[in-house]
Design a binder for this molecule. Structure first.
Ligand code: PHE
Length: 335
């Protein structure tokens, strides 16, 4: 009788108490089998009643165990930690602007203040806009200066290797004076390393009008460099070659990291290259229906990654495309 009360009163609330119940009453060493084993000590005339009572108790306990087991199995698992609606919400980390976007926006602002208007062109180009219109002769080694991803051959369709293709598009569809720029992705078949990538970005600018001179180009680049890298920045133009400009130059800025004292970035020269420039070749003007006797123009092209690396002292180009949160997080909040 006492044991029956006990079995009835036992509270089964979870898996642990269910198992405890089983061990205490039903398992081989439990209380009910123990009662059963005592049947041989009972007087023969009472055995019948005794056996019936113990059997009833056993059934009761088994039934209780089974029903609780079923109930617990049906409970949804997630009930354990109750949700505390009074807790303050978890704050999500704020996203930031990608460093290339930060610098691109600065460049756009500087060029727009100087009166340049933004133009756009496709990343999938034909041979004319990427090469032929820009005065690259068919078999000239200059075509190999820029290892190209071809999509189709004859007629050639390719991923543009520079933003100078946008120049051709704008020049064909507009009349001078024009002062335009374009920013965008370009593609070259290069092995990816800390200093080279097959996808990168260029900024292209050009100005065509009557009597535009090399001095105008130089002053524009000088102002641009000071706006972007600080008032003390100097520029240097080194003679170079591009099929679409004559004369052509490589554009260097004074190293803003060591300020001329010498560092790894400028290889102890005090200067770092950021792009190319020159006077638009008469053939290019002619290819776009502009009379080179009447108009002259300058053009410049620069690498967005290169400029961003110099501004933020980033030493590996691959960081821009890896999307490593620890890198990107450092530019957070610069909206
Ligand atoms: N298109 C050249 C390059 O990708 C850069 C350039 C642009 C040079 C405009 C001169 C004038 O290397």
């Amino acid at each position: 009788e006492a044991l029956k009360k006990e079995v009835e009163a036992f509270e089964i609330t979870n898996e642990a108490t269910l198992e405890q119940f089983r061990q205490q009453y039903l398992s081989k060493k439990g209380a009910i089998p123990e009662l059963m084993s005592k049947i041989k000590d009972i007087a023969p005339e009472e055995r019948r009643n005794y056996g019936a009572a113990v059997n009833a108790l056993k059934q009761l306990a088994e039934e209780k165990w089974r029903s609780h087991k079923e109930r617990l199995e049906q409970l949804p698992e997630a009930v354990e930690p109750p949700i505390d609606l009074t807790l303050p919400p978890l704050t999500e980390p704020m996203g930031g602007v990608h460093p290339l976007s930060i610098v691109r926006r600065q460049i756009v602002q500087v060029l727009e203040r100087m009166g340049f208007c933004q133009a756009d062109g496709p990343e999938i180009e034909d041979d004319f806009h990427n090469f032929t219109g820009l005065n690259f002769p068919p078999d000239h080694p200059a075509r190999e200066m820029q290892d190209t991803f071809f999509i189709e051959r004859n007629p050639d369709i390719l991923l543009r290797t520079h933003t100078s293709s946008v120049q051709i598009r704008v020049m064909k569809n507009n009349r001078p004076p024009m002062r335009m720029f374009s920013v965008g992705r370009v593609y070259r078949n290069e092995a990816i390393s800390a200093r080279a990538h097959c996808i990168f970005h260029q900024i292209e600018g050009f100005f065509i009008d009557k009597a535009v001179s090399f001095a105008d180009l130089k002053q524009t680049l000088y102002h641009f460099a000071k706006e972007l890298f600080g008032k003390e920045t100097q520029i240097r133009l080194r003679p170079s070659y591009f099929p679409f400009t004559e004369p052509s130059a490589e554009l260097d800025i004074s190293c803003n990291i060591c300020k001329g004292k010498g560092c790894n970035i400028c290889k102890y020269s005090g200067w770092v290259e950021i792009g190319g420039a020159g006077m638009i070749h008469p053939n290019v003007l002619e290819n776009c229906g502009i009379d080179p006797e009447e108009y002259t123009g300058f053009a410049f092209g620069m690498g967005l990654e290169r400029i961003t690396m110099l501004k933020y002292q980033i030493k590996d180009l691959r960081l821009f495309t890896e999307n490593d949160w620890r890198f990107l997080e450092q530019f957070e909040g610069l909206f």
